[in-house]
Design a protein around this ligand. Structure first.
Ligand code: PMP
Length: 306
């Protein structure tokens, strides 16, 4: 996966890939006290550009807040380091992973005495659920694991430790032969995928689960809401979706930086719609990829040139 990646940015310096190491007594390793982002840089008609970089950077800093974590670099420094890293790696398109974590220090639960470390890695990454998934759709299963409520762990923050919930749901889905999971919240309503938000299409209108359903406020989710509204669709972005409504949806699709816009063709072996990519999903997905290929003026501010 990381073949050909030479350089990592770590704590203010560009270091060789092999030298980007940390100690086993790192606080974040023991207690999951880290925050991260997942971002994509696309090879657009105007050159390589980072998609919604300002929004991702803002979420990165916001994620750190509940943990009293002061990221010891300004957003501009992180931004410049990332652009420089992509240039050094000579990548036209890539995935970008910034991470900040409480580092080596006293292993008490209060991380206050541990230094905050920051690293950025970039690498080429294709379709997360596979090229075929983008066309044909994926088979998913409702997980037996519930999503933690935002009163237990803030779900609007991308905290490393919180991702054990996503790992459990993914392992279960893959172990049972499905491509991905859908996770219900404590109330038993739909929350999201392990690394994706979810959209439902019914009678030509779009529904996506609201922030109160214990989800991450996905940046692809926000982008798809804007795209769908610009295409003239009515979008309900604070929906409560029951498990039963999944099965009877006209269409379902995932959104996420990694998954982009991926159709869902079945849930728990029930075909959704015609069991293939539906027409609304197709129009939104096509528009999304067209914007990434050749950003129209109306969406130019979604792109940060490299
Ligand atoms: N939910 C979860 C739990 C995620 O990890 C992600 C991926 N960051 C998303 C939703 C989608 O968010 P985004 O569109 O910002 O990548």
């Amino acid at each position: 996966m990381y073949e050909g990646v030479d350089t990592i940015w770590m704590d203010g310096e560009f270091v060789d890939f092999e030298d980007a190491q940390t100690h086993v007594l790192t606080h974040g390793l023991h207690y999951g006290t880290g925050v991260f982002e997942g971002v994509r840089c696309y090879d657009t008609a105007d050159g390589p550009a980072i998609f919604r970089w300002e929004e991702h950077l803002e979420r990165f800093y916001q994620s750190a807040k509940p943990y009293d974590m002061e990221i010891p670099f300004e957003p501009e420094e992180i931004s410049e380091a990332t652009v420089e890293l992509i240039r050094r790696e000579e990548l036209d398109s890539c995935y970008i992973r910034p991470v900040a974590f409480y580092g080596y220090g006293p292993l008490g639960l209060n991380p206050g005495n541990s230094p905050v470390q920051v690293a950025i890695a970039v690498w080429p990454w294709g379709a997360y659920l596979g090229e075929e998934a983008l066309e044909e759709g994926v088979d998913v299963a409702v997980s037996s694991w519930r999503k933690h409520a935002s009163s237990q762990i803030p779900t609007n923050a991308k905290t490393t430790g919180a991702y054990v919930n996503s790992v459990l749901a993914s392992l279960e889905a893959k172990g049972n032969g499905y491509t991905e999971a859908i996770v219900l919240n404590k109330e038993g309503n739909v929350a999201e995928g392990p690394g994706e938000n979810i959209f439902l299409v019914r009678d030509g209108e779009l529904y996506t689960t609201g922030l109160a359903e214990s989800i991450l406020d996905g940046i692809t989710r926000q982008s798809v809401v804007d795209i769908a509204e610009d295409l003239g669709y009515t979008v309900h972005d604070d929906a409560t979706i029951s498990r039963g409504e999944l099965y009877t949806a006209d269409e379902l699709f995932f959104t996420g930086t990694a998954a982009e816009v991926t159709p869902i063709r079945s849930v728990d072996d029930n075909e959704i719609g015609a069991g293939t990519k539906g027409p609304v999903t197709d129009e939104i997905q096509t528009t999304f990829f067209d914007i990434l290929d050749d950003p129209p003026a109306a969406y130019e501010d979604w792109f940060h040139p490299v």
